[in-house]
Design a protein around this ligand. Sequence first.
Ligand code: N1C
Length: 263
Amino acid sequence: MWPRSPPNHKEWQGSGTTAHFGDIVLGRCYTYTQIVRPELRDKDCQKIQEAFLKSFLSKDPCDATEQDYQPLIELANQTIPCNKTVFWSKTKELAHQYTRVQQALFTLENTLLGYIADDLSWCGDSGSSEINYQSCPTRRDNCSSNPVSVFWNTVSKRFAEDACGVVHVVLNGSLNEAFDRRSTFGRVEIHNLHPKKVRTLQAWVMHDIGGVRSDSCSSSSIRDLKSIISERNITFTCQNNYRPVRFLQCVKNPEHPSCTSGI
Ligand code: N1C
């Protein structure tokens, strides 16, 4: 039989599976479990790699489901201590810089599954057992249930369900709306916090140095967030330019007025 599509033909609009996907997954799994968090040294990275591949190979890449990832999620399960969860929305780099310094805190990418999958792309095909390195579907292909989107929705939901105590979120106050209901944070995470476990959501609205101050704790998008959280019987607090995170921004702009006086 001829291949379904000629070599190099781009079936989908997104970039294909990250080159060496399987090796990267295995390598990151070992780095995380042996070096970053040795308390997880007994995890079976071979099995985790196998479960990750099985979650999407030989399947329609526009019909990925939460169930596809259940075996992977179970193998990689990890307990995050109360008061240590950090969510973010449009502030990935800054949030990660902060948790790199505050090593007791966890973003999703500081957990095993998030660490393994961060910035990777992957998909397969229902008609073959191979990895598609040519192209992967995205929302532009009218395919919101693609393996990568479904993965982040599924693990974000689980990350939020598991959170307890006081949880944090780093938001971008230089955007028109620091809180966006359509983001993973607004669409998935806040709705999956358990009011019986999560006492407070603490928001840190960070403004880019030298950037515009579009949105702050007193803006309408943050009022929206506050009302969603309060209705769920979780306490909401908000701080503009939370100092410990502001200091990280100041490392790159030490001479900026907001970094030299009264911050
Ligand atoms: O849509 P977002 O941000 O609000 O999602 C961020 C939010 C965080 O709190 C994480 O816990 O949701 C979780 N999360 C990731 O950890 C993650 N890593 C990589 C959600 N998405 C993640 N990605 C990819 O970035 C994924 O492809 C998704 O679509 C984007 C979302 O980034 P965003 O809009 O800045």
